[in-house]
Design a protein around this ligand. Structure first.
Ligand SMILES: Cc1cc2nc3c(=O)[nH]c(=O)nc-3n(C[C@H](O)[C@H](O)[C@H](O)COP(=O)(O)OP(=O)(O)OC[C@H]3O[C@@H](n4cnc5c(N)ncnc54)[C@H](O)[C@@H]3O)c2cc1C
Length: 441
């Protein structure tokens, strides 16, 4: 008699977990997904604006996101991917500048002439350096200083790194910056002057909906509002206890975790001490992501970098300068990007206290801005939203198969040297499923 296939628990119903589950089911393996929140989708969750779904956290694709394109093809969504020009700006010293193209660099006076040269040289150097391993030992800021790019660091990279990583900015590895520049410059059009970014008409939530539907069609058991509390080794498998199971553990043969590493360390007490020690050095920023629906436009830019330490946020993304406002019932949609370290008291602030910081600062971007422009507003909060990539990160990098046999992990902190992104969530979800299937042969 043929033995029953191993039962697999996938922890986390974000894109990586869904893609992995779909593939495992496709290989004939029974899968149960445990998702903490009432809806699957994780960081690609959506809200509703003017009757249209909109990402809770701003999202676009780069032209280098080939795995997303193949995923869209797989689910018949490729025809709805659009590649649009976008305009990038930079706020410095209270003024707005065009940014991100060679032509705009000429007018970017905060850098001075020497600084513009430094900026161009540092960008070119990283853009053409395909060997990221040779960059592993350095921090981004250290590399800038060592190479005499101090002006570019002071005016551009320093403020942007501090906005995203707070006091950890000095620790960010050069490989992270390399990834940003290498990928971003590959998203230019053929002239090298403009950038095209991708969007899925109707929101990236459609990608989630498509893969979720197939997971269900293939017999996947998707349990939402079921945070996993503990995963413990038991015989040759695992006992998985989740909220809602009334304290009773369920038996699985294999477990694939897609949650952040600090969460996995908490869930899986069987991980050996040495692994815990190494992985506890993996840290993250959390994201506060306010969304404003306005009756008029705030700035001419889609992506506005805020390179000013005195501002309470690091970016303003006016989504409707990318996707027409008509899609959202004529409303102008503006995201504020504000990363904070987990121990930052700001993370625990109430919405009204956060708005009291954010709204006056929008006047620096547009002096005419007035609260009466606001039709609706809300604040998204994402834990473990951005892994902090430190020098020699490859020494920390968790493998897909953890040291506990049968316990696998595929999360955002494992897509190194690439940064997080839907593309890499798909890639690592596929890789993890394939590795699990291969391990069973
Ligand atoms: C502000 C922001 C902007 C972004 N912009 C872009 C962009 O422009 N383009 C792009 O491609 N990507 C972007 N991303 C990144 C992209 O959203 C992620 O890389 C991708 O969604 C990660 O998918 P994932 O499945 O690995 O993780 P997640 O989406 O985090 O999924 C993990 C899931 O695990 C669940 N979970 C956690 N703990 C438990 C538990 N104990 N039990 C059960 N479930 C649990 C969570 O609720 C979540 O659903 C952005 C992210 C953020 C935060």
């Amino acid at each position: 008699m043929k033995s029953a296939p191993p039962r697999i628990a996938v922890i986390g119903g974000g894109l990586a977990g869904l893609v992995a589950a779909d593939r495992l089911l496709g290989a004939g393996l029974p899968v149960t997904i445990f998702e903490k929140f009432p809806e699957a989708g994780g960081l690609v969750g959506v809200v509703n604006v003017g009757g249209t779904p909109l990402e809770r956290y701003y999202h676009h694709l780069f032209t280098s996101d080939v795995d997303y394109v193949s995923f869209a093809k797989e689910f018949g969504l490729e025809g709805d991917l659009v590649w649009l020009k976008s305009r990038m700006g930079f706020l410095s010293g209270g003024k707005l500048y065009d940014f991100g193209t060679p032509a705009s660099l000429i007018g970017f006076t905060p850098l001075g002439i020497r600084g513009r040269l430094e900026f161009a040289l540092s960008t070119l150097k990283l853009r053409h350096d395909a060997d990221w391993r040779s960059l592993e030992g350095e921090t981004a800021m250290g590399w800038m200083r060592r190479n005499g790019y101090g002006r570019a660091l002071d005016a551009v990279w320093g403020p942007l790194l501090r906005q995203k990583y707070g006091r950890r900015a000095e620790d960010v590895g050069l490989v992270w910056l390399w990834g940003k520049i290498f990928l971003r410059t590959r998203s230019r059009d053929k002239t090298g002057l403009g950038e095209r970014l991708g969007y899925l008409k109707g929101s990236f939530g459609r990608g989630i909906a498509a893969v979720l539907a197939r997971v269900k069609e293939r017999g996947g058991d998707v349990r939402t509002s079921r945070p996993v509390r503990i995963v413990k080794r038991s015989g040759s498998g695992f006992d998985v206890t989740s909220a809602g199971s009334a304290g009773a553990a369920e038996a699985f043969d294999l477990v694939l975790s897609t949650v952040a590493i600090p969460e996995l360390l908490r869930l899986a007490p069987d991980l050996p001490e040495e692994t815990r020690k190494t992985w506890s050095a993996i840290s993250y920023s959390h994201a506060l992501c306010p969304i404003l629906e306005l009756d008029r436009s705030l700035s001419p830019y889609y992506w506005l970098n805020v390179g000013d330490d005195s501002m309470p946020f690091g970016g303003v993304i006016e989504h409707t300068n990318f996707i027409p406002k008509e899609e959202y019932g004529g409303r102008h949609v503006v995201y504020i990007s504000n990363y904070v370290l987990p121990d930052d008291p700001k993370w625990r602030k109430r919405d009204e206290d956060l708005w009291a910081e954010y709204l006056p600062a929008l006047r620096i971007i547009n002096p005419a801005f007035d609260a009466s422009w606001i039709l609706a507003k809300q604040i998204g909060r994402a834990e473990y939203a951005q892994p902090i990539i430190v020098p020699h990160y490859s020494k920390l990098l968790p493998p897909l198969q953890t040291p506990v046999e049968g316990l696998w992990s595929a999360c955002m902190a494992q897509t190194y040297p690439e940064d997080r992104g839907q593309n890499y969530a798909i890639r690592i979800g596929r890789e993890a499923a394939d590795a699990i299937v291969a391990s069973l042969k």
